[in-house]
Design a protein around this ligand. Structure first.
Ligand code: PEP
Ligand code: MG
Length: 910
């Protein structure tokens, strides 16, 4: 059977359906499904994502040949259903189409769209004549030249310049003394078409194409090309979307929101994407086409009366003025609104999730152009899942699986300190586009935001409006402020996706890119000045406003309880202080997976005792030095064991190379020489002798304990004494002593002997016993390869995937930052392997270590304490290989708990 490349839809029928999103893209699959469930959708067809992959492999000409007949058949089917003719010479109403991208997952604003395709000097006359609306015909034409010129022919603004088409629009407005696009006459728009064509010719050296078929192939290829543009590649990197997925192309008959004052276009959400409240909301514009709503050129109106009143209140607009100038759709087109309201309910019920809709009303008739699961903030994500669960729309498993674990982060982020906020000067107010608090120095250009950030500055990006080119700059900014655009503008949608604070449509600010400043109510803010944004209220403040930690609400706790119910693995934390351990315990951590004891050697004057130990010549001298450190370590351990009372606490013996502790400055060498009563020369010699060419692979980890067993003995004593002291006070301490950087079982055996002997001595001294364990990190490839031997001595393994990644790839943890970004950019690596576990390579060693370990010790406890323990996809992998727990930094504990529950559900369902 030959492969099917084109799927048609229209008039209640469709060749595709919702579960074909991999092939048809999200948009194409849902357009098909909407047809099937009786929602009014203009006819059209979808070219599959497979064609995009072929396009990238085999090139344009081969692909056009391959799908030419199918595309022609698709156009013919659309012509029939819409009763129109593509390239009409007057025999029928011209068929104009939209050409849009649509990947498997939505990539808002990333891919290009062309509307009104098929328009030319013939079509415009017929449209004018047959519709009886010349203004509408010429408006459609000028939009087409502008979009096609931009997207397909590459007409673009230079840095700091305005879009050349917008410049022409502004010029003509000035000439005609009008302020709104809607005031242009048909003749004005005809003039714009003429001027736009000149812009195209001047900028590209090419004439604007008049043949509809040439236009269509140009647009289809432009969509495929847009899959590989820098901004799309970057978006995919940020969101971990594989290149091979490709995008589909949707070619669909146009319906017209710009046909007059009984026409409109808009976008809507079935629930509030920012707060999660179950409130239908959205924005629309009368006599406009879709891109006007998102481009932020005109400020859109609200769909519901309730939303409109709330908006007016925020803008300080009276009810009379609102009703007269900015009525809601509910008021201005009640019949179309009622139909839209019914459709939105139907779609949410059908897809069991919040929908993000695009619609057009053509001469009073409603058409749906898109439905998809809407992007949402972390707060909204949690609220919607809990509400839908309570409303009986979804079950517990779906509620958990639907959550994006990494997005919980937003709920844990700081908000403005109330008092500091009440004292701060409000400069102006825009729309609360993406919640949270941000504070930074003003910059006006996205590339400069990156430069500033690289210099270590904290910035807020201020723009008239943003476009996909600004993505990189937005990503590094603390927050984004725009002068134009609504809640669905590019800035708003993208910032919400990034979980970044954004205030959009702050209409009172006047941005001057040349002077690099903006003014508001007589106050001028220059580049580099500090401002603060409240993305939850839309307020913009002068200067810095202090922030406080977020408070976690009922919905968050409900989700965490659900996660608890469904999880198999539990979550521990990496904590070196009692305070961190307490924070993590509040977030639901059940124990400490890694306490790095070396951090404790740097506090106060402990370093002196440590240096004395290193510079000592004899075991006795070393013991004296270590005995000074012992009580300090013991009190550290007591604090942590107490904070995690009843749960396991894995304390790792000293890990880093000794030279990290040596006195390297002449001053400190002199100080140590005096303190120890030896010469500076001797100190210097010892320091030089400890120098290593490759410290990461040098004298560190258990190698220290092997060469200086006194260190292991002292640490084991401090841990066991701490536990005994607590036990005597009525606590239930559960220490787990972990030996780092083991590569052979003999290393572990020697260290374990010292630990166990020391414990016995302490138990005898204290007259009390505690349960404790001895185990090891698996962080050297050889340890994973010989895990069966090691597990005969170890009671637990904790995978140290930081070092394991370093040693498996051979990438230095300290230096990889210099080349990894290039590796990711060039597609050699998909993600940074120090952040996201490389399941293909390093993962094999983890899996082997787990299997081999359990093969000789079935009770072996398994966990992970590398950075990957808080990264959702790695957590899911850990569940798959049968770990008992993952351990991560305190603020990632909720994320790991959710990911662990998701993993359990996914692996059970399988
Ligand atoms: C590891 O190597 O993964 C680990 C947790 O230890 P550290 O990062 O301290 O080397
Ligand atoms: Mg390590």
């Amino acid at each position: 059977m030959s492969t099917k490349y084109v799927y048609t839809f229209g008039d209640g029928k469709a060749e595709g359906k919702a579960d074909m999103r991999n092939l048809l893209g999200g948009k194409g699959a849902n357009l098909a499904e909407m047809n099937l469930i009786g929602v009014p959708v203009p006819a059209g067809f979808t070219i599959t994502t497979e064609v995009c992959t072929l396009y990238n492999q085999e090139g344009k000409d081969a692909v056009i040949k391959l799908i030419e007949n199918d595309v022609k058949a698709g156009i013919a089917a659309t012509e029939k259903l819409m009763n129109a003719k593509f390239g009409s010479k007057g025999e029928a109403f011209p068929l104009l189409v939209s050409v849009r991208s649509g990947a498997r997952v939505s990539m808002p604003g990333m891919m290009d769209t062309v509307l009104n395709l098929g328009m030319n000097d013939d079509a415009v006359k017929i449209v004018a004549e047959k519709s009886g609306n010349a203004r509408f015909a010429w408006d459609s034409y000028r939009r087409f030249v502008q979009m096609y010129g931009d997207v397909v022919m590459g007409v673009a603004a230079g840095k700091g310049e305005h879009n050349p088409f917008e410049v022409e629009i502004d010029k003509l407005k000035a000439e005609k003394n009008i302020s709104n696009d809607t005031e242009f006459s048909a003749e004005d728009l005809q003039e714009l078409v003429r001027r736009f064509k000149i812009v195209v010719k001047t900028k590209t050296g090419k004439d604007f194409p008049t043949c509809p078929w040439e236009q269509l192939w140009g647009a289809i290829c432009a969509v495929f090309d847009s899959w590989m543009t820098e901004r799309a590649v970057l978006y995919r990197q940020l969101n971990q979307i594989p290149e091979e997925w490709g995008t589909a192309v949707n070619v669909q008959a146009m319906v017209y929101g710009n046909m007059g004052n009984n026409s409109a276009t808009g976008v809507a959400f079935t629930r509030d994407a920012a707060t999660g409240e179950d409130i239908f909301n959205g924005e629309y514009l009368i006599n406009a086409q879709g891109e006007d709503v998102v481009a932020g050129i005109r400020t859109p109106q609200e769909i519901t009366i309730e939303g409109s009143r709330r908006w007016a209140k925020m803008q300080n607009i009276s009810e009379e003025e609102r009703a007269a100038k900015y009525p809601s759709l509910e008021e201005s087109m009640p019949a179309a609104y009622a139909e839209l309201n019914a459709v939105q309910q139907k779609l949410e019920d059908y897809f069991h999730d919040m929908q993000d809709l695009e619609f057009t009303i053509q001469d009073g008739k409603l058409w749906m152009l898109q439905t998809r699961n809407g992007k949402r903030t972390g707060t909204a994500m949690v609220k919607m899942a809990v509400d839908m669960l309570e409303q009986g729309m979804i079950n517990e498993e779906t509620a958990i699986l639907r959550l994006e674990a990494a997005k919980l982060d937003e709920l844990l982020h700081p908000v403005f300190d109330k008092e500091s906020q009440s004292k701060a000067k409000v400069l102006t107010k825009g729309l609360p586009a993406s919640p949270g608090a941000a504070c930074g120095r003003v910059v006006f250009f996205a590339d400069e935001a990156e430069e500033w950030k690289n210099r270590g500055e904290q910035v807020v990006l201020v723009r008239l409006e943003t476009s996909p080119e600004d993505l990189r700059g937005m990503n590094v900014s603390e927050g984004i402020l725009t002068a134009r655009g609504g809640m669905t503008s590019h800035a708003a949608v993208v910032a919400r996706g990034m979980g970044k604070c954004c205030v959009s449509g702050a209409g009172e600010i006047v941005v001057d890119y040349h002077k690099r400043s903006f003014t508001v109510k007589g106050v001028t803010i220059n580049e580099g000045d500090w401002i603060s944004l409240n993305g939850s209220t839309g307020e913009v403040y002068l200067g810095k406003v202090a922030t406080t930690e977020a408070s976690l609400d009922h919905d968050f706790r409900t989700i965490m309880d659900l996660a608890e119910k469904h999880t198999r693995m539990y979550v521990r934390t990496n904590a070196d202080t009692p305070r961190d351990a307490k924070v993590a315990r509040d977030f639901g951590a059940k124990g400490v997976g890694l306490c790095r004891t070396e951090h404790m050697f740097f506090e106060g004057d402990r370093i002196d005792a440590m240096r004395e130990m290193i510079l000592s010549d004899t075991v006795e001298q070393r013991r004296i030095a270590l005995s000074k450190i012992l009580p300090m370590q013991r009190s550290d351990f007591e604090g942590i064991l107490e904070a995690m009372d009843g749960f396991g606490v894995t304390i790792r013996l000293l890990d880093p190379p000794l030279h990290e502790f040596t006195p390297n400055e002449p001053e400190s060498q002199k100080y140590m020489a005096e303190k120890m009563g030896i010469s500076v020369e001797v100190v210097k010699e010892k320091v030089d002798a400890l120098h290593e060419f490759n410290p990461m692979l040098g004298h560190r980890g258990c190698r220290l304990g092997i060469t200086y067993p006194e260190i292991t003995e002292m640490q084991a004593r401090a841990i066991i004494e701490a536990a005994c002291n607590l036990k005597l006070k009525g606590f239930n301490p559960k220490p787990e002593i972990m030996v780092p950087l083991v590569g052979t079982v003999k290393e572990l055996r020697q260290q374990a002997n010292i630990i166990r002997c020391t414990a016995d001595v302490v138990f005898a001294e204290k007259g009390v016993k505690v349960d404790y364990m001895v185990g090891t990190m698996i962080e050297i490839p050889r340890a994973a390869l010989t895990a069966d031997q090691i597990a005969e001595v170890a009671e637990f393994f904790s995978f140290g995937t930081n070092d394991l990644t370093q040693m498996t790839f051979g990438y230095s943890r300290d230096d990889a930052g210099k080349f990894l970004p290039e590796y990711i950019k060039k597609g050699i690596l998909k993600t940074d392997p120090f952040a996201v576990l490389d399941q293909e390579g390093v993962g094999q060693l983890v899996q082997m270590g787990a299997q081999k370990g359990r093969s000789t010790n079935s009770k072996l406890k398994l966990g992970i304490c590398g950075e990957h323990g808080g990264e959702p996809s790695s957590v899911i992998f850990c569940d798959k290989v049968g770990m008992d727990y993952v351990s991560c930094s305190p603020f990632r504990v909720p994320i790991a708990r959710l990911a662990a529950a998701q993993a359990a559900i996914m692996h059970t369902n399988k």
